[in-house]
Design a protein around this ligand. Structure first.
Ligand code: ADP
Ligand code: MG
Length: 427
């Protein structure tokens, strides 16, 4: 039908996107051969995000690579899309400065024109419902809603609910996290347009490593960075990805990366030691295979265009070939007494009533616990207080700490619990 019309009117035909065709190669080739046959002699343009496979059709096309839009061009696309919905033609009636701000709010996201149009549409209607002009948050939410469900099957999606103020970290770690967010935002410009990828690689992704003991806030920090970028966090559980059958791990990872490239999200490979931990010591065939897996993961990450965070408890095990490929490395030290005090205060929150005898300074000074344990203690103590219906007492807090010590396999010592030792031993 299209072929006939094109021939009669002397027009060309645009076919795409190619990703919409069946993924099965033989099926795809069959469809394309039929289409190309019918369109013989008619100018044919196809578009898609991947390359062209010569096996698809008898004739190969001339391939042109379209660069990603510059920040200005991206702002112009948003202006156009938002205007189209509101029909004002004036940059939403409040000056185009707003559009610049809106575009910046979603600068880390990559969208095709259909997604961009849909997102603009959703944002405008959401704001209209609330009777206010479109704000950065409307746009962020609308852009997030464009993520397909493909990755949901392979990773756990977390809608970030925490911000920078919730983190208790040394300034150096904080700076690394800010740097990661900044790189994620400007990666299109720096790596794409300016071609600044070291070694001239093609990926426009940003890879970060968070290293530190369990409970120091690595997972939470990934959530904060995602929130800052207005993105969801997808947590990949590597222990379910790593397969004892040779080759299966690579297949699982490939599936994740393929789905992830279509989603605007921060991808978190939590507890990546399942793969990296074994890198250095090759003892048998299994170890050698693990090394191939980690080599594959690294190489695949380099061509990934998104934002990936790896966490590890074992920084020492990582070799130089590996760290060289990372854009940002953030160390998460165990908290010092000052940070522990802030953590106690934050974890107890401002709604749980506290008795006068509560001495958080004592807890912070004496108990060398990381944030995760402090949080567990706070929750345990809160239950104890809820049960009595009275404000939280020091005794209940000590009980909670002693329980946590048991869980960690630590001894309850006079030197740490001091005057509260009797309460602690009664647990
Ligand atoms: N540095 C920190 N700042 C604020 N809260 C923290 C910090 N570290 C840990 N926590 C608390 O402990 C919980 C568990 O921390 P998590 O991020 O899972 O640690 P990790 O991933 O390093 O094991 C967090 O949800 C948070 O409540
Ligand atoms: Mg964690």
């Amino acid at each position: 039908m299209a072929a006939l019309e094109a021939r009669l009117t002397g027009a060309g035909v645009v076919l795409g996107p190619l990703e919409a065709l069946p993924g099965e190669p033989a099926e795809r080739a069959r469809i394309l051969r039929t289409v190309c046959g019918a369109l013989r002699g008619v100018p044919l343009l196809t578009h898609g995000s991947g390359g062209w496979d010569p096996a698809w059709a008898p004739d190969s096309p001339v391939v042109l690579t379209v660069p990603p839009p510059s920040p200005e061009r991206q702002a112009a696309r948003w202006l156009h899309a938002l205007d189209r919905v509101t029909g004002t033609g004036t940059g939403m009636g409040s000056g185009s400065g707003d559009v610049g701000e809106l575009a910046r709010a979603v600068a880390a996201h990559r969208l095709d024109s259909a997604q961009l149009r849909r997102a603009a549409d959703v944002a405008v209607r959401t704001a209209a419902l609330a009777g206010r002009p479109v704000g950065p948050d409307d746009l962020r939410a609308a852009v997030r809603a464009q993520n397909g469900a493909g990755l949901d099957r392979l990773a756990r999606r977390v809608e970030p609910g925490v911000g920078w103020d919730d983190l208790v970290l040394p300034p150096a770690t904080h700076r690394r996290l800010r740097e990661l967010a900044l790189r994620a935002r400007h990666r299109d410009q720096v790596l794409g347009q300016w071609g600044m990828r070291p070694g001239g690689g093609r990926g426009r992704g940003v890879i970060a490593l968070f290293a530190g003991e369990s409970g120091t806030g690595k997972t939470m920090s990934a959530e904060v960075v995602a929130a800052d970028l207005g993105m969801d966090l997808y947590v990949v559980d590597l222990s379910t990805v790593v397969d004892k059958y040779i080759g299966e791990t690579e297949k699982n990872l490939e599936r994740i990366f393929t789905e992830a490239s279509a989603v605007n999200a921060v991808l978190l490979f939590d507890e990546a030691d399942a793969i990296f931990g074994k890198r250095s010591e090759v003892k048998d065939a299994r170890d050698r295979h693990a090394n191939i897996e980690s080599a594959y993961l690294l190489q695949r990450m380099e061509s990934f265009d998104g934002i990936a965070v790896l966490t590890t408890n074992l920084r020492a095990n990582l070799d130089e070939a590996f760290t060289r490929r990372l854009d940002v490395v953030a160390d998460f030290p165990v908290p010092d007494p000052g940070q522990r005090l802030a953590l106690w205060d934050r974890c107890l929150g401002d709604r749980l009533p506290r008795a006068d005898d509560l001495d958080l300074g004592f807890c912070a000074d004496r108990f060398e616990l990381a944030g995760g344990s402090i949080r567990s203690c706070a929750v345990t103590a809160a239950y104890l207080a809820a049960e009595t219906g009275e404000p939280l007492t020091m005794r209940q807090l000590i009980t909670a700490v002693a329980q946590e010590y048991r869980k960690l396999g630590r001894l309850v010592l006079q030197s740490e619990f001091g005057p509260h030792l009797a309460d602690a031993l009664a647990v």
